[in-house]
Design a protein around this ligand. Structure first.
Ligand SMILES: [Fe+2]
Length: 324
């Protein structure tokens, strides 16, 4: 099985216009064929790597602190049901993970739509920080990765000669989601583990699915990971492993790409495999402003991103299920 390609994108952040064009064409070429790649060469890559590592220390906090940030689905006394902490199941299985979703800080103003209050939810923050400056680091990492995602969007737009206004509309504002994920190590068999669950091995590395196959409901996703697991399916229907590189960020496309690029680039089908090893990742989902008019797949009309997201949620029980 092949691995995803690694591309040095430093030319997008300064350099000659011919280098910018060359790298932009490489990006479009690899996205249209393999549907993802690992980007290196973005500014302050080593610092970003350390910052991402530090962010995942959130999972070292006590359960009490983490649960004080859990969504109402898990802690009915809490008021947040969109941003915040999603704990792992109490009864352990083979694909357990916990996560923290962080939105723009401060939160965005909600549009005037039924059920839209969740879209302006403030982020819950831990009462004790996992390390000094953790909250500020989270906000900084969110902003830095959002900027990298916007640079990539512009580069793709340039190579495909897309309408400037369409890309600017998708990128303007501050919207996005930063997701910290902690894939727990394989549990010891004990009375508390779910012994009835046996993982189904899906590849020759004895791995099983810990994140099911899907396409993100976004524009672009950047992902930092500590251990292999992410796979992206290319146009040739082959799964490719996305191997972690120090400071590298894997790039894949959300479902808004299909219509935006007239099918040149499709939303990337991806999944996560596990072998029982502990793994953490930090994903940045670039999202349009709530009022931005978008053209989602499988919907004939144009609608605002807020309307689209709320309809996705209502189909999945009001934000209780992941859309990524
Ligand atoms: Fe995803």
């Amino acid at each position: 099985m092949p691995d995803t390609q690694t591309l040095d994108i430093s030319a997008l952040f300064g350099g000659s216009s011919s280098d910018y064009e060359r790298v932009s064409n490489q990006i479009v070429d690899v996205l249209s064929k393999e549907c993802g790649f690992v980007a290196i060469g973005h500014p302050a890559m080593v610092d970003q790597h350390q910052r991402a590592n530090g962010l995942t220390r959130f999972f070292d906090l006590s359960d009490d602190v983490k649960l004080s940030m859990a969504t109402t689905q898990f802690e009915p006394n809490n008021s947040n049901c969109y941003r915040g902490y999603y704990p792992a199941p109490e009864k352990r299985g083979y694909s357990d993970k916990e996560r923290l979703d962080i939105g723009p800080e401060p939160g965005l103003v909600a549009p005037n739509l039924e059920g839209s209050e969740i879209l302006s939810e403030p982020n819950p923050w831990p009462i004790t920080e996992p390390q000094d400056g953790w909250r500020l680091d989270s906000i900084q990492y969110f902003d830095d990765l959002r900027k990298i995602a916007v640079v990539l969007m512009n580069s793709i737009s340039c190579a495909l000669d897309l309408e400037h206004d369409a890309i600017n509309d998708l990128c303007r504002g501050r919207n996005g989601t930063l997701r910290l994920l902690n894939y727990l190590p394989q549990p010891e068999r004990s009375p508390n583990s779910d012994v009835s669950e046996t993982p189904e091995i899906v590849d020759n590395k004895n791995r099983w699915v810990v994140g099911r196959e899907h396409v993100d409901t976004t524009t672009l996703t950047l992902l930092w990971q500590t251990y292999p697991g992410l796979q992206i399916k290319g146009r040739d229907n082959e799964w490719r492993d996305v191997l972690p590189r120090e400071g590298g960020l894997s790039v894949h496309c959300g479902d808004l790409f299909t219509k935006l690029t007239s099918g040149v680039i499709n939303g990337s089908i991806h999944r996560v495999l596990g072998d029982g090893t502990h793994r953490t990742s930090v994903g940045m989902f670039l999202e349009p402003d709530w009022s931005t008019i978008i053209r989602p797949p499988n919907v004939d009309k144009e609608l605002s991103y807020a309307e689209h997201l709320l309809s996705v949620f209502s189909g999945r029980k009001k934000a209780q299920a992941s859309r990524y």
